[in-house]
Design a protein around this ligand. Sequence first.
Ligand code: SAM
Length: 177
Amino acid sequence: MKRIVLLRLGHRPERDKRITTHVGLTARLLGAEGMLLASNDPGITRTLEDVVERWGGAFYVKNNVNFKEEIKKWKAEGGKVCHLSMYGLNLPKVSSKLRACEKLMLVVGAEKVPPELYQLADWNVAVGSQPHSEVAAVALTLDRIAEGEPLEKKFAHAELEIVPMERGKKVLENKSE
Ligand code: SAM
């Protein structure tokens, strides 16, 4: 089974709360097992844990990690590291290599990332060689490397479940045993 984890760097609690939360939600939706946050902002963990509680799955957040230690540990366990940056090789050129990884860490920045990250990463990958958003970069990458249809995945132990429909809204409220 493939394992994907997301490492978020450079989060500034005073201005990046919403975008980091969206990075985490997008990673969860598209198959990542968890997010490592290389900043101290416990509110992000609380928000995402609350989503997991209600909407299911086992996505986790590890707050205030040391990014170099996490990368070192991941690589020592045989994992590969893909840093998303508009300066890297374009995603269509490397997506098949990423898809073939059994353990993949995706790294996204907020402000400028430490230059050594470009050396620590196995791949520096651009989702198109233009500036845009870390949320879009994570979404497109995970969608391009997914096996099967990631948007149809069901989340285990969900209290809330949406019934897709053409019009209107229907949400099932599952009782926990
Ligand atoms: N100003 C920052 C810099 O010079 O590195 C980048 C800011 S950008 C909004 C934040 C993050 O989004 C980047 O660190 C990168 O992870 C991601 N990102 C933005 N555009 C990207 C692209 N075209 N391809 C891959 N990742 C991208």
